[in-house]
Design a protein around this ligand. Structure first.
Ligand code: MSP
Length: 521
């Protein structure tokens, strides 16, 4: 049994509909998993929703709705359709109110209690419901004389409860050792440094239950308490693939095939949960820790983290209605180095859309198809090759593969788009429209058209993870389906092998891949 490449996104709070910050993470996960699938790997891609806790409970209350009905409606009407609209090909979608999750969380918790990692205690201190986090006094900022959460800019609440505690402090040394030995386990480097210095500063035990409300999973041995929402939520990554199931059961086998996760993609706001608490929980249970936690930066509006609670959230549909889904998927990964904060601007997106997508890529595809139609009756001419294009393609494919596997989406996309520029340069230099004026040039003309079409074949394969709908249109315009099969089945490792499009294939004009933008946006 080969181990699957297992990637997760955070599970999102269903206190509201998704915004482009959520979509940023999930699109990145989708691109990375599509890429790995095209490397021929077995892949498992999980996303889902985080449905318990005070944040969701209070929003439901404010809307005079029972929490379960609230989350059911949002998941059905907002979250799942949103991922579908963005063409997200997740293999599973976990909801923390599902029985498969709640039962496994209880079993896991009981096992930690039985092995002595959990004890009764009293928690007294600040709590941010927006983050669902117990805060340290040093984490807070003052606004109008009130202690506030620096992320939400809202006053914290004081919690004073008898709770169950997890012996997190016992794992400081093992965690430090883990990050020393496996620097790749937390990336980028700035995120790892933050985690290491946080651990070096000392960590206290963690309250893992709450007793003042009941929207959560009951603690199995003390049903007056519910499991702390983060302890519940983090476990989704493992409950979704069969944690605690018998080894020979379906769940047990799935677990063996997927665990440990290869990449947990998270925003930097939730790094500590994933790089400190989560691996400690796994260590306590004697399970492998994830291979990599990658913390990307924030999308900013007005210099601050974009968020619904600050009313700066932008719905993905606001952007896709104007630019289309594939341009949305392309833009954020292309424009912002993954791991760094970035500001969204309509102007920048419009400029890149026009120059990189419509002009460099879209025009190349339509010009090439139109010329094969005009000069060769829509039939792909005999094979040819061009040493410059061939070597540029090899270089682009190698660079893109290395960068994307390293989660440098920007570097990967740039390598591919550089190749696209090179092909444009080739067409401009060869001037097929001039060659076509003299029948004596027919052979050279056909060579140029074959080489251009073959370059577009490679571009469709390389850009498919980022822009699957567009690349599918291109693939069919190249008549590639009949001879080469499904686009998604094309291997990255073979993409640079020149001469795959068969002479005689029917080339058809594409609809415009990236239409001119309406100017009144
Ligand atoms: N429910 C927790 C996660 C539990 S995972 C076990 C949570 N949910 S959330 O709905 O607040 O989503 C947080 C994630 O959404 C961030 O980590 C990030 O992936 C994404 N983003 C939310 N706002 C964002 C930006 N403004 N910019 C970039 N990503 C953002 O935390």
């Amino acid at each position: 049994m080969t181990k699957s490449f297992y990637l997760t996104t955070p599970i999102y709070y269903v206190n509201d509909a998704p915004h482009i910050g959520h979509a940023y993470t999930t699109v990145a996960g989708d691109v990375l998993t599509r890429w790995h699938r095209q490397k021929g790997e077995s892949v498992w891609f999980l996303t889902g929703t985080d449905e318990h806790g005070q944040k969701v409970m209070r929003t439901a209350e404010e809307n005079n709705t029972a929490p379960q009905a609230w989350v059911d409606r949002l998941v059905q009407d907002a979250w799942k359709p949103n991922w579908q609209a963005l063409n997200i090909a997740n293999d599973d979608f976990i909801r923390t109110t599902e029985k498969r999750h709640t039962e496994r969380v209880q079993k896991f918790l009981q096992s930690l209690k039985d092995s002595g990692h959990i004890y009764a205690g009293k928690y007294e201190g600040p709590y941010c419901v927006g983050c669902e986090e117990f805060k340290l006094p040093g984490d807070l900022i003052e606004i109008d004389g009130k202690k506030c959460c620096p992320i939400h800019s809202k006053p914290i609440e004081l919690v004073n409860e008898n709770n169950w505690f997890f012996k997190l402090s016992a794992f400081v040394e093992p965690l430090l050792e883990h990050y020393r030995k496996n620097p790749d386990a937390c990336q980028p480097e700035s995120a790892r440094n933050e985690v290491v210095s946080f651990l070096e500063g000392g960590v206290t035990d963690l309250s893992i239950s709450r007793s003042t409300f009941d929207w959560g999973i009951p603690v199995p041995w003390d049903t007056d308490q519910v499991v702390y929402v983060w302890f519940d939520a983090l476990l989704n990554y493992a409950t979704a693939v069969g944690l605690t199931d018998a080894l020979d059961s379906e769940g047990g086998k799935k677990f063996a095939q997927t665990w440990p996760a290869d990449v947990h993609l998270v925003g930097k706001d939730i790094l500590r949960f994933h790089a400190v608490i989560w691996p400690a929980m796994l260590m306590a249970a004697g399970l492998d820790v994830p291979k990599k936690v990658f913390a990307h930066g924030w999308l900013l509006v007005g210099g601050e983290k974009m968020s619904k609670s600050k009313l700066t959230g932008i719905a993905p549909k606001d952007i896709t209605d104007h630019f289309g889904v594939d341009a949305f998927r392309y833009y954020f990964l292309r424009a912002i180095p993954f791991g760094t904060d970035g500001s969204f601007s309509w102007e920048d997106m419009s400029a890149r859309y026009t120059s990189e997508l419509a002009n460099d890529f879209g025009n190349l595809a339509s010009r090439s198809a139109a010329m094969v139609e005009k000069y060769c009756g829509g039939v792909l001419p005999a094979k040819s090759n061009d040493a410059g294009l061939e070597s540029a393609l090899k270089e682009a494919a190698t660079k893109a593969d290395a960068a994307i596997c390293d989660l440098d989406f920007q570097g990967g996309i740039l390598a591919i788009m550089d190749f696209c520029k090179k092909v444009n340069g080739y067409v401009t230099e060869k001037e097929p429209w001039i060659l076509a004026k003299d029948p004596a040039n027919q052979q050279i003309l056909e060579d140029v058209l074959y080489n251009t079409a073959e370059s577009l074949r490679a571009l469709a394969v390389l850009l498919n993870a980022v822009m699957p709908q567009t690349c599918e249109i291109l693939w069919s315009s190249l008549g590639a389906q009949a001879s080469l099969g499904d686009l998604g089945a094309q291997k990255i490792s073979d993409v640079a092998t020149w001469g795959q499009l068969p002479p005689g294939a029917t080339i058809t004009k594409t609809p415009v891949l990236f239409p001119r933008l309406e100017t009144n946006a």
